[in-house]
Design a protein around this ligand. Sequence first.
Ligand code: EPU
Length: 288
Amino acid sequence: AGAVVVTDEPLAPKTWLRVGGPAQHFAEPTSREQLQALVARCAETGTNCRLLGGGSNLLVRDEGVSGLVIRLPKEHWSDLTIDAESGTVTVDCGAPLSHLVAETVKAGLAGLETLVGIPGTVGGALHGNSGGRHADVGSVCESVEVMTRSGEIFTRTRDELSFGYRRSSLDELCLLRATFTLRPADPDALADRARKTWILKKSSQPLSHQSAGCVFMNPRGQSAGDLIERAGLKGTRVGGAEVSDRHGNFIVTGEGARSADVLRLIDLCRDTVLQRTGVELETELRIW
Ligand code: EPU
């Protein structure tokens, strides 16, 4: 049977910011065949098709999105196999990144342990090359199996992939399965490193609030959070959204927040920082 397609599905609860409108159509395929059928139908009918990951780096506009939004339910897209000897890890891209990080730390494989605490799916992490100061997913990625907008499946290997600061060359519709090559290490030392990274993160970021992580990319050699703080914008509110008073590069949402509130704060931060410092901030947050 094909995947169930529903109409006017609210997207806000599927994102970490919890704002924004519905998807015109929404489906959660449980197999490759179902996914392929959905994608093929969109290609045939010229319907816009988007893939929703963990929703942790996404702002959906209040008017919602037209066409089909697909999400890969993690119950069906989280298979993970580890070959500890060769350091090879293969994982479905619908798996939470945190699952991949935890399992590789447990197996005594180094390379992803400082990505602890980063939300989202493996696919989303690869697409935007998630990471922190010490590492990113792209640098240990060996290959990615992808599905194109016409439903074709093929594998992109390391030599055909490029990863930069919060970007990758992975522009296909859907990332299916990825392989990582990691280095053997002492599991206790890795767990310790992960714990220290997590404590540091918690001390500087508003992790107990609704947010989509950092809103802007750090301009070369500078900190967007610091620029926003020096522009006096921390704590600024528009409607139900606020520039975090803890970290200037986070916008947090609360009761009654709308997507438009977040968008106005983004513009305000960009305009004010540009006026004061001449630095043009670029969003890292994805906007639908
Ligand atoms: N700072 C301020 N005021 C602020 C925020 C930061 O002065 O309001 C200063 C800090 O004191 C520090 C410097 O700016 O000296 C850097 O801040 P922080 O250590 O918090 O790191 P960041 O550069 O703001 C980056 C990533 C984060 C990642 C952390 C830790 C970007 C845009 N952000 O933040 O990624 O968690 O390093 O590795 O690259 C994300 O991508 O969503 C994200 C949160």
